[in-house]
Design a protein around this ligand. Structure first.
Ligand SMILES: NC(=O)c1ccc[n+]([C@@H]2O[C@H](COP(=O)([O-])OP(=O)(O)OC[C@H]3O[C@@H](n4cnc5c(N)ncnc54)[C@H](O)[C@@H]3O)[C@@H](O)[C@H]2O)c1
Length: 291
């Protein structure tokens, strides 16, 4: 199977990064979201991020121009039906993803490979709601996509070998590295990372440390490039909570219970960088801890 055209559903943090790397690697990209505003914002961001790569001599101005020229947008999900590969990167909520696949499937050509960038939801379950579980896979990019080297490839129970081989080849064309993970809640990276972030929130909740001391401790004491609360804000607190809920429900173990303080931040709409406030307030010149 050869992949040339790629449809991307959801133009948020992940969708725009995925569009960026595919266009730069020579694929034709068609991106969709629920509103024109999200698409315009994503295109402006891709332009800015590509420009940064030009100014750092990572890519040429011609490569940037060509990449921008390969990205199209549409508000009609059905337009993605003719793509060779579709990557769903919408909000981390199973009902949202299922509704998207149900709407999309009638418009797909038979050979299209369907994938989800989900951080945690069962690939087998998502695949079972489509007409092609053998051509369905988890295709998990890391944030920020243009910078992070890893892509997790997750096979559902029915995924066939040609589909896996095709996606493996696509990852190589992107210049990234694939890691294979089995289809269990949150796969590899988030199975390990999210309980650590959740524990950092408990450490804050129980008053063991404040935001600054927790992040500094892990940066200077464990040599992490970012503190866990700073990283949670970067990922999005709604996404962190959704992943903890999937771990808690899927593995039925109380060690994965989401911290009530994480829930409170999400209920407040303080979702991290993307909404201007989370464990830090980003509305001023420099981020200020909120606790
Ligand atoms: N944030 C991360 O660090 C990260 C890392 C890896 C994977 N992921 C996964 O990527 C996915 C997207 O996360 P994100 O951080 O980009 O979220 P985000 O909130 O930045 O973006 C989600 C986008 O999906 C759009 N959307 C919602 N419903 C839609 C629909 N029905 N049709 C089309 N678009 C729709 C929203 O309008 C929004 O633009 C999630 O599954 C998440 O778990 C996130």
């Amino acid at each position: 199977m050869t992949v040339q055209s790629v449809g991307i559903i959801g133009a948020g943090q992940m969708g725009n990064g995925i569009a960026h790397v595919f266009a730069l690697a020579g694929f034709d990209v068609l991106m969709t979201d629920i509103g024109q505003e999200a698409l315009d914002k994503a295109l402006a961001l891709i332009d800015r991020n590509l420009e940064r790569q030009v100014s750092r001599d990572k890519i040429s101005a011609e490569a940037k121009k060509a990449a921008i020229g390969r990205i199209g947008t549409t508000l009609r999900l059905a337009d993605l039906g003719q793509c060779d590969l579709v990557i769903e990167a919408a909000t981390e909520r199973e009902t949202v993803k299922q509704a998207i696949f149900e709407d999309l499937v009638p418009h797909l050509k038979p050979s299209t490979i369907l994938t989800s960038n989900t951080s945690s939801i069962s690939i087998t379950r998502l695949a079972s709601r489509t007409d092609r579980p053998e051509k369905f896979m988890g295709f998990h990019f890391m944030n920020p996509v243009p910078v992070m080297q890893l892509v997790e490839l997750i096979r559902g129970i029915a995924t066939d070998q040609p589909t896996y081989d095709t996606l493996h080849e696509v990852v190589e064309k992107l210049g990234k590295t694939a890691a294979s993970a089995e289809d269990f809640p949150a796969f590899i990276v988030n199975r390990i990372l999210m309980p650590m972030i959740n524990e950092a929130v408990y450490t804050l909740y129980e008053g063991v440390g404040n935001v600054k001391s927790i992040d500094e401790s892990m940066k200077l004491g464990a040599n992490h490039p970012m503190g866990p609360l700073e990283l949670a804000d970067f990922i999005g607190l709604d996404t962190c909570l959704a992943i903890m809920n999937v771990l808690h429900d899927g593995l039925a173990d109380t060690k994965y219970r989401p911290c009530p303080l994480l829930t409170k931040y999400v209920e407040a709409g303080w979702l991290g960088r993307k909404t201007g406030r989370g464990f830090y307030d980003y509305r001023g010149e420099t981020p200020v801890p909120t606790r």
